[in-house]
Design a protein around this ligand. Structure first.
Ligand code: ZN
Length: 195
């Protein structure tokens, strides 16, 4: 489990944490866990989501319980800079949907002394790196890679396999369109699809 190097108002050096993994791996839950701990430490927390992600309510990040934290939806990465001012800690969910500009925005915020925590899919449903994720993984200080459970064999799953016909890289939400699979099972299914 990730343990914060510092959790008090006095720090003035920012840093970047990336929580990466496939669907069903608990990325958002982990993001919320860290943000809640920051709140308990009396830090001001802001959460952002890309407008493209329309799952659940329009102004809350995540889980259907009291843990939900209000979030700000933004269309472009640069908008985050307009809203961050008050925050000590900045969370960004579904960060893979932003374009490459998010990499500069996040680094700017970290330079300003903010702790920035982003969560996102590291691979798309073709098993390819997703959008800005490779760059984010590179520039961050801390990386947490989560796994789901393969529904075929029960081992750790790193892939999100799309079972619907939709072929675009970005297919929002609907969890019943995807299955978590391990590397081997993903490969088998992808081969079968191509035949
Ligand atoms: Zn498997």
């Amino acid at each position: 489990m990730f343990i914060e190097p510092l959790l008090n108002k006095k720090y003035d050096k920012g840093w970047i944490e990336v929580i990466a993994g496939p669907m069903f791996s608990g990325k958002t839950e982990e993001l919320i866990r860290r943000l809640k701990r920051a709140k308990i430490a009396n830090l001001k927390v802001s959460i952002f989501k890309p407008k493209v992600d329309t799952r659940y309510s329009s102004d809350e990040v995540v889980s259907h319980d009291a843990n939900a934290i209000p979030s700000i939806r933004v269309e472009r990465a640069i908008e985050i800079i307009e809203f961050y001012e008050e925050a000590d800690v900045i969370g960004i969910d579904e960060v893979q949907f932003f374009n490459e500009a998010i990499v500069d925005v996040i680094q700017y915020l970290a330079l300003k002394g903010k702790r920035v925590i982003v969560a996102g899919l590291d691979m798309d449903s073709n098993g390819k790196p997703f959008g800005p994720m490779p760059a984010l993984l590179t520039v961050s200080e801390y990386v947490t890679k989560l796994h789901a459970i393969c529904i075929e064999c029960g081992s750790l799953a790193s892939h999100s396999f799309r079972i619907s016909e939709e072929k675009s890289q970005i297919l929002i939400g609907e969890k019943d369109s995807y299955q978590p699979l391990c590397r081997q099972c993903f490969h088998k299914k992808t081969i079968a699809d191509d035949e």
